[in-house]
Design a binder for this molecule. Structure first.
Ligand code: SF4
Length: 177
C-alpha cells in the first residue's frame, strides 16, 4: 500500500519529547489561516511511496519515537495505521498532530483505529488568533495535548502531563534517546 507524504525528518526535538522521527503526511483539508506548512495541503503534492519503504527508513534510526504530522495524518488513516501497528511491535512511542478534534476522530470509524495506536494526540485546527510562541508542542492555545490511552480507558479526555526533559529521560531511559 502506498502513502502520500511530504517529508520524513529525523532527530526532531520540537514535535514531542526527546529525539523523534517525524512523518509529515501530504494532504490536508483544514486549510487553517496562518498554517506553517501550506505545501502539505494538496493531495496531489509530495511523493507516493510504499508504506513498507517508510517503515524500513524509520526503523533504521536509533530513535524509538515517531510523530505523525502533516498535512493531516487522519486523512490517510489506513496507511498511518499500518505504520503505527508495525512501529508498536518495536515499542515506539507515537504522537500525532491532527486538525480534527479528539471527539471528531472518536466518532469517525475510519479514523478510530489509528487513534487507538497513538500515545499522545495534539488535536484541533491551528487558530491564528490563539497563536503563541510560548506554548510547548502546539501552535495555538485551543489545541490540546491528550493522553490517548488514558482517555480511551476512562472514556473522557485526560490531558498529557508534560514532563521536564530530565524526568522524561529518567523514566523512559533507553527507549527514546
Ligand atoms: S491542520 Fe495543520 S497542516 Fe492542516 S491547515 Fe491546519 S495547521 Fe496546516
Amino acid at each position: 500500500m502506498k502513502i502520500r507524504y511530504s517529508d520524513l525528518i529525523f532527530d526532531s526535538i520540537v514535535d514531542g519529547p526527546s529525539l523523534r522521527t517525524v512523518l509529515f503526511t501530504q494532504g490536508c483539508s483544514h486549510h487553517c489561516p496562518g498554517c506553517h506548512n501550506m505545501k502539505t495541503w494538496s493531495t496531489e503534492g509530495g511523493e507516493l511511496v510504499e508504506v513498507d519503504e517508510l517503515i524500513e527508513k524509520i526503523l533504521a534510526q536509533r530513535s524509538r519515537a515517531l510523530t505523525f504530522s502533516g498535512g493531516e495524518p487522519f486523512e490517510q488513516p489506513t496507511q498511518c495505521t499500518l505504520i503505527a501497528k508495525e512501529l508498536k511491535k518495536h515499542q515506539f512511542n507515537l504522537w500525532a498532530y491532527s486538525g480534527y478534534t479528539y471527539e471528531q476522530i472518536l466518532s469517525d470509524p475510519s479514523k478510530l483505529e489509528l487513534l487507538q495506536h497513538i500515545d499522545v494526540l495534539v488535536d484541533g485546527r491551528f487558530e491564528l488568533a490563539k497563536k503563541s510562541l510560548t506554548l510547548q508542542f502546539k501552535g495555538s492555545s485551543n489545541q490540546r495535548i491528550i493522553d490517548v490511552q488514558k482517555s480511551l480507558k476512562h472514556n473522557e479526555i485526560v490531558l498529557y502531563k508534560l514532563l521536564e526533559k530530565t524526568e522524561f529521560r529518567r523514566k523512559r531511559e533507553g527507549i527514546y534517546i
